[in-house]
Design a protein around this ligand. Sequence first.
Ligand SMILES: Nc1ncnc2c1ncn2[C@@H]1O[C@H](COP(=O)(O)OP(=O)(O)OP(=O)(O)O)[C@@H](O)[C@H]1O
Length: 273
Amino acid sequence: MNATINAPVYADVPRPRFTPGPAGTHITIRGLTKYFAGWPLYENFDLDIPKAKIVSVFGPNGCGKSTLINMIAGLVPIDQGEILFDGKQLSDTKIGYVFQNYREALFPWMRTIDNIAYPLLLEGKNKAEVDRRMEELVASFDVKFDLRRYPYELSGGQQQTASIMRALASRPEVLFLDEPFSALDFEMTLFIREKLQEVFMQTGTTMLLVSHDLEEAVYLADEILLLTKRPTKVAEILHYEDPRPRTVDTLSQPSFVAAKKRSLEIFQREVRR
Ligand SMILES: Nc1ncnc2c1ncn2[C@@H]1O[C@H](COP(=O)(O)OP(=O)(O)OP(=O)(O)O)[C@@H](O)[C@H]1O
């Protein structure tokens, strides 16, 4: 008899058919499953992320906000599921990523200007193209510091500005931001927040922002994605539609106050559950 011992057993479970999101969807997540150390963080998680909108991700501590954007950005592998960008795979999609820890994000051995230009060189752009794009970025970020300096010679805010410029250099379709302000002082936070809003208004780049600051999350967002505790589900998606540019005055508008209050109520409900 010719038997195979311990042969793998494949369950004959048919895969559900992929259902596209509604019109205007950019990123479609279907059946996303992720376990850490045998415990589910996400199980069969579905989400549609709209195109040309800013989506703020908010939820209880440890619910998987960073892991979610890292899985979408391909930095953390998924166990199961499918993530498509306008129907395409990640490998066919240009993305940019801004890390919380800007000190470790920039290459210390490269001048700041070379850090920012790096993605353009990787794409094979020639010197004239790189110079043109760099000029645009410098103008749009109103850069006042010397980009020929090394990152360690710059302030934290200047380094984070450079990280964002690098993330935008090759005109990504999606920009991921994981708590981009949390290591910055108040003045730099306001500056970079306004710059992001300006870039968004100019380019309409889809942005996914993880923030621990509810006011900031609502202020920048078109949608606030509120998550539950793990195993993580969508608690609610709130739409916040005040016109841009949003300013200091926005913060006292009834619509802003109502969106913030509603987000906080959902957050508290989920934390207590
Ligand atoms: N590489 C890993 N190995 C094991 N567990 C992990 C790993 N990365 C994340 N986790 C766990 O997964 C959960 C979600 O982590 P994640 O950092 O995504 O949450 P978060 O919502 O962004 O957290 P916070 O609110 O603290 O910023 C946490 O319980 C975390 O401990």
